[in-house]
Design a protein. Structure first.
Length: 409
């Protein structure tokens, strides 16, 4: 069994390239089902976030598989030049990447919390669509375990270092005071709610757009106001900051929508969506400053953060060792069972010659052979699994290979 993945992220590609390959939750489920229909693929999980897209697959060792070509077929993309933005990983390299990722160590904002939830959500979505298998199931579960241990034993940040928190901190460092600012948040999903709460906590007056404008139908953070999504352009001229964080495939703010309104004071637009929510050309308009997902990065690490990275690396190594012990053990069990069967048959052939010369009832002879089968199987199991417990994994697998050769014809 081989574990393969391809990925594109904020380090390798700008937001517009990442947007070409992004999936909504619904589309990701459908895509995983199609991936699993590929011959030789046993399991598939898609991780699609604002900062990255990753396709994970477990498949036969000897299978020639291009996850990139499969992805392009699903997206109806025929330009091979995009492949240079992707990275491919297999087996140990892939597992190590996932464990570090779950700990927030590969995020745009180092140590951010949301990626751990996103990995769990990706696994749950694969379960809902019956596209995961035991290998990816255990790998992703152990990655979540590694991420949790890193958060508690090797924390890299204080508070919630999400993109909106980083944005607020960045603006504060530039001398921008949030207190009393009028803010509108477009989108009431998970990221929209985090954005609204963060701006509210920073002292801003926050209004959230909702699609269903009836009290009680949609929850928004306490202390925030609400307007219908269709009223956003009427409200926008009052704003100092507008944050857009939706899963919409279309722009929530387009340049043509600004033709009939006048922006009389500086306006900050924060686009926290992939694909983009805000048309990029708006950043060139007078009085408007536009930030997107690639505008905020973690600065130089402190000595404390470097120490946390060392502890995190030890946690990752521990979890990886445990995972591959499970994986190698799972793969080797059928081989051990074959060795046991061969050894028991070998013993039976030898002992039958003796039993034929031993006076006894045929019924007793059959019962004795059955008892010998059982005892022989237990002895072989004890010997082989004893070797596994006393040797390192590489030496144990060499012993198994040697025993297999004993019974090769």
């Amino acid at each position: 069994m081989t574990i393969s993945m391809i990925g594109i992220d904020h380090d390798r590609a700008p937001v517009d390239i990442r947007a070409l390959f992004a999936f909504t939750k619904k589309n990701a489920g459908e895509a995983m089902e199609k991936f699993k229909e590929t011959a030789g693929i046993h399991g598939c999980i898609i991780l699609s976030t604002c900062n990255r897209l990753e396709i994970w697959a477990s498949h036969e060792d000897d299978q020639e598989l291009s996850l990139y070509q499969c992805l392009c077929q699903l997206k109806n993309i025929q330009d091979d030049s995009y492949e240079s933005y992707f990275v491919s990983r297999t087996d140990r390299e892939a597992a190590e990447h996932l464990f570090y990722l779950a700990g927030g160590l590969k995020s745009q904002i180092l140590g951010e919390d949301q990626i751990l939830t996103q990995i769990k959500d990706a696994l749950n979505l694969a379960r809902e669509h019956f596209t995961t298998d035991s290998t990816l199931e255990v790998l992703f579960r152990m990655a979540v375990t590694a991420g949790k241990k890193i958060k508690t034993e090797a924390p890299l940040a204080h508070g919630n270092p999400s993109v909106i928190h980083q944005a607020v901190s960045h603006l504060k460092e530039q001398g921008y005071d949030m207190h009393g600012k009028i803010c509108m948040v477009i989108g009431n999903g998970e990221m929209g709610k985090v954005a609204a709460q963060t701006l509210r906590d920073a002292g801003a007056n926050v209004t959230v757009t909702v699609r269903q404008y009836r009290s009680g139908m949609v929850s928004i953070p306490i202390g925030c106001s609400r307007i219908h999504y269709g009223e956003r352009m009427n409200f926008l001229p009052n704003c100092d900051i507008v944050v857009s964080a939706t899963a919409s495939p279309n722009f929530t703010l387009r340049e043509e929508l600004f033709r009939d309104i006048t922006i009389r004071k500086p306006l900050l637009l924060l686009d926290l969506a992939v694909p983009r929510d805000i048309e990029p050309s708006l950043g060139r308009k007078e009085n408007i400053t536009l930030y997107d997902m690639d505008s905020f990065h973690t600065e130089k690490l402190s000595p404390e953060a470097n120490e946390s990275l060392v502890r995190a690396a030890a946690i990752v190594e521990e979890q990886m060792t445990e995972f591959f012990q499970w994986l190698d053990g799972r793969d080797v069990i059928p081989r051990i069972q074959e060795i046991k069967a061969e050894a028991v048959q070998d013993l039976n052939l030898r002992i039958e010659k003796i039993l034929k010369k031993t006076p006894m009832q045929e019924e007793d002879r059959v019962q004795l052979l059955e008892a010998v089968d059982t005892a022989a199987g237990k002895v072989v199991n004890k010997m082989i699994f004893g070797l596994r417990d006393s040797l390192n994994q590489e030496a144990f697998l060499e012993c198994v290979a040697g025993l297999e050769k004993v019974y090769e014809e």
